[in-house]
Design a protein around this ligand. Sequence first.
Ligand SMILES: Cc1ncc(COP(=O)(O)O)c(C=O)c1O
Length: 430
Amino acid sequence: MQYQKSQLLHARASQVIPGGVNSATRRLARPVAWEWAEGATIRDADGNAYLDNHAAFGPIVLGHNHPGVNRAVAEALDGVDMVGVGITEHEIRLAEKVVEHVPSAEMALTFSSGSEATYMAVRLARGVTGRSKLLKFQGTFHGWHDYLLLNVITPAEKLGRKDPGCAGQLAEAVDHTIVVPFNDLEAVEQSIRDNPDQIAAIFLEAIPHNIGCVLPRQDFVEGLRRLCDAHGIVLVFDEVITGFRHGLGGYQEKLGVTPDVTTMAKAIANGYPCAVIAGRRDLMMQFTTAPGGKVFVGGTYNGHPVGSAAALATIAALEDGTVHERLFRLGDRVRDGLQEIADRLGHRMTVAGYGSVFTPYFMDGPVERYDDLLRNDGEKDVAFRSAMVERGIFMLPMALKRNHVSAAHTENDIDRTLDAAETVLKGMPR
Ligand SMILES: Cc1ncc(COP(=O)(O)O)c(C=O)c1O
């Protein structure tokens, strides 16, 4: 493979964009610039084509440049671009669809990014409870704002302590967020006892996909619901990844547990910027968009016609269930296939995942919480992914990161992934 054009573009980008990329997780050991994408294929500036198992961190659920979604966006632009006051029918229809499909959604507000939605969930919870503390779990990510950016991929030596995401975060914000091991209801109960009437919200990544795939135990999620009810705490499910990708009703529908507030983004609009906060009517009516609301919400681009039209077209494509049926079938095939190959070749691997998501961890199971993932062999993990990329199968070359199948993937694409994995694993030390 040739990489010169990517390297030149990266060098040019680095002159005017810090590090040459617009988001920290886009920086790769070998820089890459992209020029084309369609269906399940992405092509870089040097003309190298890859099967895309990364899906841009999750938005691409139907496949790249989906004609129906692109058409809906183009049609929307024939109407109103932006006026900035009032409402458009697109925005109404989108909120109606979210309310129709997502169990916890009685009302919805639309933004452009997941971080805006989770930030608004923080402010809403604090505004309605009058309390200041938040509780999150080790290994979850909820966006870039100060309040929840801590303890995502924490090194072993910092486990059990606060692990803020970056310089510049307000110490008070970090202090006000309690971090608890995932799937550990007793630790949540203890935190509530230690902070009586102080916790405004519990934030749960419905499945912690920012560390691959760690499934929540049913009794854990039911316990969270019970504790939140008993102690007046707002239960927030962050379904920015799981929403619409794992089902029209998100992962909450599978769990049969209804949070008070849900945040969604990514797969809702197949790659266009759109995010939603939805929840109980009495809570949502506390936003200042409603008369008498006390929790300010604003945003020039909220409900933008491009994102709203893309979301409506994406949801329409998901509604008859055939896309999810296909995603789950292909997901099962790739997970089972990888596990079989690794077992046969004597590699210590646990392939985790759900639906269209798969993550091969280089370790033995089980995986129930973040601490378990400290057993992952990070070097092997990255070496495997990098070698897959060399063979035209794009997987983010970073440890613990999830892969996604899209509806544009074919059975042949799964075979290609498995064939490449077999070749790579054969050449790797056990
Ligand atoms: C679970 C979760 N919540 C929130 C966010 C933030 O979304 P965005 O990057 O659109 O701001 C992300 C992003 O990866 C996420 O994975």
